[in-house]
Design a protein around this ligand. Structure first.
Ligand code: ATP
Ligand code: MG
Length: 815
């Protein structure tokens, strides 16, 4: 028999399949193998790859940050584009695949491809030999069920964004048979556990039942042993009264209740028993594992046949209740469900959500859902009521207290009034991004319980044991009011969330979002979900560079406040102003003390002027006059002894406090040192009480700066050399103020020795705290003045990470 091109006869007998990389012992098994599923599948994959290669071009030469959509737009003019694959890490090349060879030929025949002013290099794709690499078995929970490529045709066929969102739900939600399987599994577990834990209840919660189910979601179960405890206690007392051992039920051979006293057993002991029951007595489950060290200890298992992953917990009554709350919200307004599905898919695509194995700095599904609910509570008129409002509509029978938290809300949505809000899904999604694109995550606490953002100053009392752990993003659980459900997020995720919301909001204003393409192009949700390269998704840096936009945001950091200051600021209306002054003072210290940049206050005509706000009052941002007054004070302060020489670290605090910006809040008497923040009670007169007006910066100050040395160049090497030259015990901490000042000093010295002199750069820095939804970030805006050698871009790039980091260090020191 003639051998297939994929097979080789082996010298030792038998055959080797080159495609599947396996050996078979004889002719008969070779024939079976060649007809088998695996071999056939690989052949078809290879054929598809080959066609793909023959339809694809290799493109390079585009700008960094170019998106797949931009490439699609460019190449669509040569014929229908099937897909674009970007080189994600570097963003320097892409593979564009056409639907047919004709289009490919037309594209290759084009003499010159130009995109956004750049000349593209377009060449045929190299063909590679197909090689089978066996996939490692994937964790079912991590499987991405429906890829964007698969979603695209289904969504693009819809006629409106609202319809696209409905389709998304239909594509993701559990099918009837999947639901049935879950129900059967719950009944089976109920039956078996009842044997061992009489009168227990197995209650599903989480995404399987909260109305936000998707095909791969896990099955969260709460094993409620409350009745079992009562049962056990009764059995014991009956037995004691009768002067016998335990009752029959409680002591039967099967009953593990005879091994354990539920009242006094630790949750680890109980969970280990649960794991034993699962392992030994429940058919069809495997990989049972008690994870007792987690914040919520669970027993994990997998249903063999379906791959369904289950978690059983014994101490999660609140989660069952918040699941019920999510169900209620869904039945109150049918727009919630499609919105949540859209936001969840978007967040996964943008890598804002989906922590592997439950831990990590990204949002989880519960937190995302609360973000959507909170947004809907804040529409005018509201789409959903606050939890407090729901509570006021509840009857006596709805009363529910869990772990001392009031979890009361009406059980029946039919008794509740419908929302008067009639906005379409398309508008709501776009407004969701607007809302969070401007939200001051660091300075406000999102409270679905109250249906409004609470000032962070309400939570600064560090002594309260029922206070949430505050972080860069604070979402208060609606019931467990000391729990920040986004407490796991880091600053980087918070910044990316805000930026991604801003980008999404911008996109949602375009027609490509709002209207179906008549030319068959991708539109609406599909473009929203598309990964965008470059600027936003990239690196979570705090800077924003552009031809005329060089802005670095310094976020509010709770850690930088001392306990005393926190107390003082609790409920203080001046919180943002005080924070702004601290940040500006610290920033100035970084520039002057660490980087040896000369800074002098500049006059700036306020961009907006003083405009009356809606209520006819003067808005709070500083007018030209007040600005200049402040500058005069700053100059006075700068002349004060101690200000200029605050180069040694002990003076850091007084420098921060004595900074020009400090003068914005209070009027220190000339020559009198300003008191520490914690010693003063800033009380603006009521007529001047400032409300943040989104349209105007609350305060703004500016400096003209001269940079004398190339402080950014070669810092790492200088730092390394400096550390090498010091004895180990006298080495300052890596990245400390002291060390960084020394690095600058060394660079300055080197330049002096090389006889390099004169200013390297001049620029202005304007700092302002913006309004928005009460934003606490200080924005530092840079504008180059003299930059003959085009160095500013490099310097700014260095400042993007250096300035926020070092400002943070000064703040911590002063705090
Ligand atoms: P999925 O399993 O698809 O990720 P889920 O909503 O089931 O979504 P889980 O992490 O499995 O999310 O959590 C199950 C349930 O536990 C949630 O629905 C919620 O009721 C509760 N829960 C999850 N995370 C938190 C949290 N951070 N704070 C309070 N409750 C939470
Ligand atoms: Mg779950």
């Amino acid at each position: 028999m003639e051998l297939d091109a994929d097979t080789q006869a082996l010298a030792k007998g038998g055959f080797h399949c080159l495609l599947c990389d396996i050996n078979v012992p004889n002719q008969a098994s070779l024939e079976d193998h060649l007809k088998g599923r695996k071999h056939q599948k690989l052949r078809s994959v290879r054929d598809t790859r080959k066609t793909q290669e023959q339809h694809s071009v290799f493109v390079s030469g585009f700008q960094r940050g170019t998106t797949e959509l931009q490439l699609i737009d460019h190449f669509q003019r040569f014929g229908p584009v099937a897909s674009v694959i970007m080189d994600k890490d570097q963003g320097v090349y892409a593979i564009v695949q056409f639907n047919n060879t004709e289009s490919l030929q037309v594209a290759l025949a084009e003499p010159q491809h130009c995109m956004a002013g750049q000349r593209l290099r377009v060449k045929p794709r190299e063909t590679k030999e197909f090689k089978y690499i066996p996939k490692k078995k994937q964790d079912p929970s991590k499987q991405q069920l429906i890829s964007l490529e698969e979603l695209t045709p289904a969504l693009c066929q819809a006629d409106t964004v609202g319809e696209q969102m409905q389709r998304l739900v239909e594509l993701f939600e559990l099918s009837e048979s999947e639901r049935r399987l879950r129900e059967l599994l719950v009944s089976l577990l109920q039956e078996i556990f009842s044997e061992f834990f009489p009168e227990c209840k197995v209650l599903p919660f989480g995404s399987s039942v909260n109305s936000f189910d998707i095909h791969s979601c896990d099955l969260d179960l709460f094993l409620d042993l409350e009745n079992t405890k009562t049962f056990q206690a009764k059995a014991k007392s009956t037995a004691a009264q009768a002067g016998e051992g335990l009752s029959e039920d409680a002591q039967s051979e099967d009953s593990i209740l005879s091994d354990i006293d539920l009242e006094s057993a630790t949750s680890t002991e109980v969970l280990e028993l649960v794991a034993t029951v699962l392992q030994k007595c429940v058919p069809g489950v495997h990989k049972v594992q008690a994870v007792t060290s987690a914040r919520r200890p669970v027993v994990k298992f997998i249903h063999k046949e379906s791959g369904l992953q289950g978690d059983i917990s014994i101490n999660n009554r609140l989660a069952v209740r918040n699941t019920r709350f999510l169900q209620l919200c869904c039945s109150l307004d049918e727009r919630l469900r499609p919105l949540v599905y859209a936001v969840r898919y978007w967040a996964k695509q943008k890598q804002l959500a989906g922590n592997p194995c439950g831990g990590g700095p990204l949002l989880n599904n519960y937190a995302l859902t609360l973000l959507v609910i909170f947004f809907l509570q804040n529409r005018q008129p509201p789409v959903l009521p606050s939890v407090n409002h729901l509570k006021s509509l509840a009857g006596e029978e709805d009363r529910c207290i869990i772990d001392d938290w009031d979890c009361t809300f009406p059980c029946d949505s039919l008794t509740l009034p419908a929302s008067e809000n009639t906005e379409h899904l398309c508008t709501l999604l776009s407004e969701f991004y607007n809302f969070y694109g401007q939200f001051d995550f660091a300075g406000a606490v999102i409270s679905p319980r109250d249906g409004r953002a609470l000032p962070i100053t309400d939570f600064l009392n560090s002594e309260g044991d029922r206070n949430p752990r505050l972080g860069p993003l604070n979402i208060l659980d609606p019931f467990e009011l000391c729990h920040n459900v986004a407490g796991n997020l880091n600053e980087r995720t918070e910044q990316r969330l805000r930026r991604q919301c801003q980008e999404a909001a911008k996109y949602c204003r375009s027609l490509q979002y709002q209207r179906k393409s008549t030319k068959g192009k991708v539109w609406g949700l599909v473009r929203l979900f598309h990964q965008q390269g470059g600027s936003v998704a990239s690196h979570g840096q705090s800077g924003e560079a552009g031809a005329d936009r060089m802005i670095i945001g310094i976020p509010f950091k709770l850690n930088a406040l001392s306990g005393d200051t926190r107390k003082q600021l609790q409920g203080s209306g001046d919180f943002r102003q005080l924070w702004f002054s601290e940040v500006c003072g610290a920033m100035l210290c970084v520039l002057e003390n660490v980087l040896q940049i000369s800074c002098s206050p500049v006059k700036r005509v306020s961009e907006e002027g003083t405009k009356p706000n809606a209520s006819g009052e003067q808005s709070s941002h500083l007018s030209e006059t007040s600005f200049n007054e402040n500058e005069t004070k700053s100059q006075e302060l700068k002349r004060k002894p101690g200000f200029q020489e605050a180069n040694n670290n002990e003076d850091v605090h007084s420098k921060v406090i004595d900074s020009p910006i400090a003068s914005l809040q209070d009027e220190p008497q000339s020559g009198v040192k300003r008191p520490r923040l914690s010693e003063e009670t800033p009380q603006p007169s009521s007529s001047k009480k400032q409300r943040l007006d989104p349209a105007h910066p609350q305060a703004a100050v500016g400096w003209q700066c001269t940079l004398w040395h190339k402080v950014w160049a070669g810092r790492r090497k200088v730092r390394r050399d400096l550390l090498k030259g010091l004895k180990e015990d006298s080495r300052p901490d890596g990245g400390s103020i002291e060390l960084e000042s020394k690095v600058t000093e060394a660079i300055a010295q080197q330049e002096k020795e090389a006889k390099v002199s004169g200013a390297v750069l001049e620029f202005t820095l304007h700092a302002e705290v913006v309004g928005g939804t009460e934003d606490t970030r200080t924005l530092a805006k840079f504008t180059p003045l003299v930059d003959g050698s085009n160095l500013f871009q490099d310097f700014f790039h260095f400042l993007e990470s250096f300035l926020p980091r070092m400002t943070g260090k000064f703040l911590e020191k002063s705090g």
